[in-house]
Design a protein around this ligand. Sequence first.
Ligand SMILES: [Zn+2]
Ligand SMILES: [Zn+2]
Length: 322
Amino acid sequence: MSEHTTLSKPGNPPHESGGPIKSVSVISTGTGEGHREHVYGSRKPALWWIFFGRQWVSLPINVYVIEHSDGLVLFDTGQDRAVVTDPDYWPAGLTGLIFRHLFKFHIGPDDTLTRQLEIAGYSVADVRKAVFSHLHSDHIGGIREILHADLVVSSEAWEHMLGPHSERHAVFRRDIDLPGAKWQRISFQPTDDPSIAPFTHAFDLMGDGSMVMLPTPGHLPGSLSMLVRRDGAPPLLLVGDLCYGLELLEHCQLPGTGDKKELRASFAKVLALKERMPDLVILPAHDPEAAEALRGALPRAWAQVQTDRGSIARENHENSTR
Ligand SMILES: [Zn+2]
Ligand SMILES: [Zn+2]
């Protein structure tokens, strides 16, 4: 028999005001250039544009940082800098050849997860959990830096990684299933919470309804999004690589890779959720406008806290590099 869970609304713990989510910000582990066809879709076969496409689109590799009253939570962890420093990063043979033609990465020494968190005023040691939208290499690159944290992924994404052809899809078990890594594979639970309809399954990450993982497959099997609900501020939906920009989602313009049927179904669900929550801010993993969108979605009191935090972090960074 299946178990129904009702997701609680984020409440005010007695000692806090404003609910369990204290702040949400975005950092970036460098940028990657992808083919225009990859981002906007194309009728040409993927192998054609991978090898002959000449139009490149530069995209940040975002990591979302959520301060919850129980600790720091990351959504995705970026790209490992080894992709630009280690000539053996990509696998040998045709698979490696394809990936070398698929992306160009620009990741400096200050673009690691650890440094980016420091620059934003945090410490990597404070990370309590990381949620993975999916297991592509540009989302799991920080795992080695947060082996102390709980690493949360859908069981479907994990099964896909264990499958025979995951490397062809840029899912590298050698960088994911690391000794000592504390992986938590979650299954979405049926829910009758009307506030997240049309989603019928969800996983409540912290048990307080503030961060709710939702299945949005299509980019890869088991890909997920995370709804972040804050008191007094618009809700956020972190969608990973479901789409590369909000306008593409709104126009149902599918990207160049992924399962088209599943992508279409996930797009429809996200758009229906947006209709239900008109102030919902949708944040893709490679959205260049993410920081701006987050600033626009801040309640006034938070905006001041984040500005202060940013200036303190910048001052510390400048002092330490002098
Ligand atoms: Zn991806
Ligand atoms: Zn990605």
